[in-house]
Design a protein. Structure first.
Length: 363
């Protein structure tokens, strides 16, 4: 992932980020308001937010700010850098037709680290989001967010005997997120969870690793496009999780040029049940995936698993899972290269198989 020339990385990253922003988003700000322990306009970030007019920039000096920041207007919140500015309490962005730019700080100690709701269009960049009680970043409703150069790690809470909570990135409702140049690791549940009708485009040197359940869970009627991403090292629980990508319910996935390796169960699992989301989208149907030019290797179970022994097609559906897989390298997995349930359908061609002890293609 790190072999691309720097000039090419800059061009790609710029294109990804700018594609997610509306033409009317002005990141310059009409006025700059400073927040510092001493010598600034304010000593609290929330005080500066309340005083700001739409379009203003709030510049945060190095320091630790123990407060929950609520933003309900179009502003830029810019810190001196994640190693220098720590916001302990989380950030909530909520409103209608908001244009918000966030970056340059660490967020910890909140319920969700950064919570984006309503009809917000935003850019989140150069952040560390860690040790929050639930999700690192949650994007809901009709919000549109471009997220890049982020480290999202160690969020969530284990709650035995209850189910754990907290993914690195949660996308629900009708929200859309573009993601690049980021790391999502060691979060309690998934690296990324999509539900309802949420959608994600993830690309460009993004790594999703060692999260507690699955790398990416595509639930409800959500959609994901993964390109050039590394997904590895997901252990899951005793009976669930441990997949690089889990496409369930009516989820749809486009997986291209992705490396999926060293996950406990399957590199990619298509089919099964995730559970109902919060936005009312039907939670069951045909799970679909197109997988191409990807490397699926050294996973503990099947390389690609299509269908589930625990579920059956709904009335009116011929299959519970439908997969197209071509021009992939599928090798060294613990069981089969591609396993297909009797209730699933696969169009497979031009794949390179080797070293899968259960066979290249199994039913």
């Amino acid at each position: 992932m790190g072999s691309l020339p720097r000039s090419i990385r800059i061009i790609i990253i710029s294109a990804v980020v700018l594609s997610g922003l509306p033409s009317g988003l002005d990141l310059r700000g009409a006025e700059v308001r400073t927040v510092c322990a001493s010598g600034g306009d304010f000593t609290k970030i929330q005080e500066a937010v309340q005083a700001a007019a739409p379009g203003d920039t709030i510049s945060v000096c190095p320091g630790e700010y123990k407060e929950r920041v609520v933003i309900q207007k179009s502003v830029t919140l810019s810190g001196a850098g994640p190693t220098d500015v720590r916001i302990l309490g989380g950030i909530v962005v909520a409103g209608v037709d908001l244009l918000v730019n966030l970056g340059g700080f660490t967020v910890a100690g909140g319920f969700n680290g950064i919570d984006v709701r309503g009809q917000t269009v935003g850019l989140i960049r150069n952040v560390v989001v860690t040790k929050n009680a639930a999700d690192g970043i949650s994007v809901l409703d009709a919000s549109r967010v471009s997220l890049f150069n982020a480290i999202i790690t160690e969020n969530g809470t284990s709650r035995p005997p209850l189910e754990p909570i907290g993914s690195g990135l949660y996308i629900g409702g009708n929200a859309r997120v573009s993601l690049a140049l980021s790391t999502l690791s060691k979060n309690i549940v998934d690296g990324i969870t999509l539900n309802d009708r949420g959608s994600l485009e993830a690309s460009v040197l993004t790594e999703i690793s060692e999260n507690g359940k699955d790398g990416v869970a595509v639930c409800g009627a959500s959609q994901v496009s993964l390109q050039g991403v590394l997904i590895s090292g997901h252990a899951g629980g005793a009976t669930t999780g441990g997949n690089g990508v889990f496409v369930a319910d009516r989820g749809q996935a486009m997986i291209a040029g992705v490396t999926l390796t060293k996950n406990k169960r399957s590199g990619i699992q298509v089919g099964g049940f995730c559970g109902a989301g919060i936005g009312g989208a039907p939670a069951v149907g045909v799970a679909r995936a197109t997988i191409t030019h990807s490397t699926v290797t050294n996973n503990g179970g099947h390389g690609i698993s299509v269908g589930s022994l625990l579920t059956s097609p709904l009335p009116g559906n011929e299959v519970e899972a439908d997969v197209q897989a071509f021009l992939n390298r599928i090798e060294g997995n613990g069981k089969c290269g591609i396993w297909v349930d009797s209730d699933a359908r696969v169009d497979e061609r031009d794949n390179l198989f080797s070293g899968n002890p259960g066979g290249d293609k199994c039913k």
